[in-house]
Design a protein around this ligand. Structure first.
Ligand code: WTA
Length: 568
């Protein structure tokens, strides 16, 4: 098969002539789709849910189909309006105010979505956390955000160091026996179903997503209601959503994909959203598509690679004919996976590129555009993307450099929480510099090359080496640690740690496993190093910075480059 280009299929008519649409496009025209374009009063939860619940033709449509082992539930737009109103009233009763940070640390469930939307309805800022986080990861995020309320479950509460978090005033427990803290069920039962939404400014905050960089603790990426403009429009033209679609985004809302595209984009477009709880298994995943007649499916390379390796017999057991459009995000989408998709579903898998900081998709493949496997596609209309040098000068076609976006798109982060210096450091000469390296070919397609910093991408999850190193040296046997991403065919990268041991400790399999478990229990399973190697010393610069690049070169057997700053 010729993998040079895969020709366009049917898609949104506006995107059939990409160049022309790109030229004509104006974000201001998108605003016409929202009621606030006239009043100036906004709330993203209103646009996503209540607007449809107040429309007689839509209110009884399923908004959320929840499916998990042992639990199936269907909520209409009207149901979700009601449950989120109730939770908004619970928040009001407990004095939550506009701008307060309310965090969610719980698995995906109908309660999660009612609570999340309720938080937005009172004008507070939602902070969703992965349920896989362990104590240190939870503490860092609650501490930095100064969250005043946490919604969690009795099991997960054990990982929250409540007494050491002075700002955390209240805890709502979902599924407890009601004897401890605020009971979600009891409060919801008595809460009114009517709520007067807190109307906010487009630039008011709605969401904090913590993400990892190469230095320091995870940082709070701050998003505002204005992002809805881009969630809505990319939902229409990239996800290609139509009102009768049944859509499934596999991402957890602890990750920006699970909010921007697991909550906002589908509901702003009035589409039925399938949420699957429980663990990954090829049979269950294909089964979800077949059972719910999924038509649009947004997932990640790491999941596609697992499905691929499960073999060709598994998909044949399921009727996947409802699928119309498949998309991917989070890591490079291998051409091999695209070939597999053509065979397994007779569909192209469309790569999309964006980041937690960008809030929504920026560079994408569109159904009505020819695709070059291996390329992330072309900028969304209204987005100016370029390859720039370190001074922010644009580079010509085919030259590798920093992938950068002209500042000012609707869903761009508005701050790094309590860290203006970090926020400023992303921008050079009017460009947001992503930290990814890429090049653009003569026809305008962008090609991802790698990360320019030390951030690790393991199974699509961003892991900061500093966080893992910090945890490692808390272990009684570890003196120093350096952490890198090592290429891996299934996971993209795995975490490899180099450590030196303290006096009195000697290497053994038990010790290495103990260190691994220590990181796993302290941070999270995905941050635990799959490989640990004991060294006599860790290479550092004279100013004491761990030279991860050198560790990586050693690991991969590559030339070590400039080592002039290496400490003796
Ligand atoms: C990587 C939020 C290659 C990239 C969605 C980026 C990708 C980082 C792609 C953001 C893609 C994301 N191809 N790499 N299509 N999409 N990345 O914030 O390095 O968790 O900078 O993702 O993931 O990670 P984040």
């Amino acid at each position: 098969m010729d993998m040079q280009t895969i020709t366009a299929r049917a898609g949104n008519p506006n995107m059939e002539n990409y160049e022309e649409t790109y030229k004509k496009f104006n974000w201001d025209d998108v605003k016409e789709n929202f009621s606030w374009s006239k009043t100036g009063l906004v709330n993203i939860a209103y646009e996503a849910i209540d607007k449809h619940a107040e429309n007689p033709d839509k209110k009884n449509q399923a908004a959320l189909i929840y499916t998990a082992p042992g639990r199936e539930e269907k909520l209409t737009f009207e149901d979700l309006k009601r449950t989120s109103n109730q939770f908004a009233n619970v928040l009001k009763d407990h004095d939550v105010e506009k701008g307060d940070r309310v965090f969610l640390f719980m698995p995906r469930s109908p309660e999660f979505y009612a609570a999340f939307l309720g938080i937005l309805k009172v004008g507070a800022i939602a902070g969703p956390l992965f349920e896989a986080f362990m104590e240190q990861a939870v503490r860092d995020r609650l501490e930095d955000s100064e969250a005043s309320m946490l919604i969690t479950t009795p099991e997960l509460l054990e990982r929250v160091p409540v007494s050491e978090l002075p700002d955390l005033e209240k805890i709502v427990l979902v599924g407890g026996d009601g004897s401890q803290h605020i009971s979600f069920e009891k409060e919801m039962e008595k809460a009114s179903e009517d709520f007067e939404i807190e109307w906010v400014d487009l630039e008011d905050g709605m969401l904090l997503h913590y993400t990892s960089g190469s230095t320091g603790k995870p940082k709070g990426v701050y998003h505002v209601h204005n992002a809805m403009i881009q969630h809505y429009q990319t939902g229409k033209w990239v996800l290609d959503l139509k009102e009768d679609d049944i859509y499934w985004c596999t991402a957890d809302p602890g990750w920006v994909t699970g909010t921007s595209y697991g909550i906002f984009a589908p509901w702003l477009n009035g589409v039925t959203n399938v949420i699957r709880g429980g663990r990954f298994s090829p049979d269950d995943w294909y089964g979800t598509i077949a059972e719910h007649n999924i038509s649009v499916w947004y997932s990640a390379p790491t999941a596609f690679r697992k499905l691929l390796s499960a073999g060709e017999e598994v998909p044949k057991k399921h009727d996947l004919s409802s699928l119309r459009h498949v998309l991917s995000v989070g890591e490079p989408l291998n051409p091999e996976v695209i070939s597999w998709g053509l065979k397994a579903f007779n569909l192209r898998i469309h790569d999309t590129w964006w980041m937690t900081e960008t809030g929504a998709m920026l560079i994408c493949n569109y159904p009505a555009m020819d695709m070059r496997p291996g390329s992330m596609g072309k900028p969304f209309p209204g987005i100016e993307a370029a390859i720039v040098d370190n001074e922010g000068n644009e580079l010509p076609a085919n030259q590798m450099g920093n992938l950068a976006i002209k500042e000012g798109w609707p869903s761009m982060m508005r701050a790094i929480w309590k860290n203006p210096g970090k926020f400023e450091s992303y921008f050079i000469n009017g460009w947001y510099v992503s930290g990814d390296s890429a090049y653009q070919d003569e026809e305008g397609y962008f090609w991802f090359q790698g990360r320019l910093d030390d951030v690790i991408n393991t199974s699509g999850e961003r892991v900061g080496p500093f966080e893992v190193e910090s945890k490692l040296i808390e272990h009684e046997a570890v003196a120093e640690a350096g952490v890198i991403g090592k290429p891996d065919p299934e996971r993209g990268e795995i975490i490899k740690a180099f450590v030196t041991l303290r006096e009195g400790y000697t290497e053994s399999d038990e010790l290495l496993e103990d260190i691994r478990q220590f990181v796993k229990k302290g941070l999270s399973a995905h941050a635990a190093p799959r490989e640990i190697e004991i060294k006599d010393s860790i290479p550092k610069t004279r100013s004491g910075k761990i030279m991860r690049r050198l560790l990586k070169s050693w690991e991969l057997g590559l030339p070590t480059g400039d080592t002039s700053t290496l400490e003796e």
